[in-house]
Design a binder for this molecule. Structure first.
Ligand SMILES: Nc1ncnc2c1ncn2[C@@H]1O[C@H](COP(=O)(O)OP(=O)(O)OP(=O)(O)O)[C@@H](O)[C@H]1O
Length: 258
């Protein structure tokens, strides 16, 4: 689904990513982990077009088609079916919960201003369809009864789920989840875990950046470990947990912060 080949990114000559190569297989959950400063956010930003890699290739493969996306801007990558959630929530706090999810269908709304002003019947029908899909997405994440609330007044856990509803509503090819359970309590974390399992059952491809190792090891099909911008391990949760380089990277980072 997503192929990364020798992706490197430098900031002012300093390497943040070096020769990162791995694949995100279709219909699976791939977790990207690593100590603080390992390069996870930089990589997510390269995949979503927020940053352009210094060199290397990032391509979206669908059947026999493969498209290079490393040079495309964010909106073009989003139109190709890559959605994301953010580590620090990025919601429209003053808009309603429903409107926040509708923003996730922006690519499909696709009407011109003139058409919107004319309020053609076709367009009204289209709007109703999109609203229905947004409500369904809210319902999946247990938020349908809050559709009219301003997003800003919701509890933190609900905001995290709203981001998931917005990222999934367009049924993207690939969803990047940046720390989806950070700051959630055990019950909320379990609920998100179940929702992610359900998405996988439905065939959704997920790339998950997460510090919660219990969640990662219990959920992921494949774990990719970054350290100082390099992939130091890639395999099943079992393989990765036994890998001496991984243990060393995590122990090293714990000593550094002790
Ligand atoms: N815009 C930037 N300019 C300069 N250096 C940067 C920039 N963004 C990231 N870096 C550096 O790149 C390296 C990787 O940072 P990055 O934020 O990608 O790590 P991370 O794995 O996401 O860390 P964390 O788990 O703490 O979020 C770090 O050394 C960081 O200081």
């Amino acid at each position: 689904m997503l192929h990364l080949d020798a992706v490197s990114k430098q900031f002012g000559g300093l390497p943040a990513l070096s020769d990162v190569t791995f694949r995100v297989p279709q219909g699976q959950i791939t977790a990207l982990i690593g100590p603080n400063g390992a390069g996870k956010s930089t990589l997510i930003n390269c995949i979503t077009g927020v940053l352009t890699p210094t060199c290397g290739s990032i391509s979206l493969a669908n059947g026999t088609n493969s498209q290079e996306i490393s040079t495309l801007p964010s909106h073009a990558i989003s139109r190709l079916g890559v959605a994301r959630t953010f580590q620090n929530l990025k919601l429209f706090e003053r808009l309603s919960v429903l409107d926040n999810v509708l923003a996730g269908l922006n690519n499909e709304a696709g009407s011109s201003l003139i058409m919107a002003l004319l309020r053609l019947p076709y367009l009204r029908h289209r709007e109703r369809q999109l609203k229905l899909r947004a409500l369904e997405a809210l319902d999946r994440f247990g938020l349908a009864d809050k559709a009219d609330w301003p997003a800003g007044v919701m509890a933190y856990g609900d905001k995290k789920r709203l981001e998931l509803a917005r990222a999934t509503v367009s049924q993207p090819q690939l969803i990047l989840l940046d720390e989806p359970v950070a700051g959630l309590n055990a019950t909320e974390t379990l609920a998100v875990e179940q929702q992610l399992r359900r998405l996988r059952q439905e065939g959704q491809t997920l790339l998950l950046v997460e510090h919660d190792m219990e969640l990662v090891m219990g959920l992921a099909d494949q774990v990719v470990v970054l350290d100082s911008g390099c992939v130091i391990a890639c395999g099943t949760p079992d393989e990765v947990q036994k890998n001496p380089r991984v243990l060393e990277a995590y122990l090293g980072s714990m000593e550094a912060t002790a």
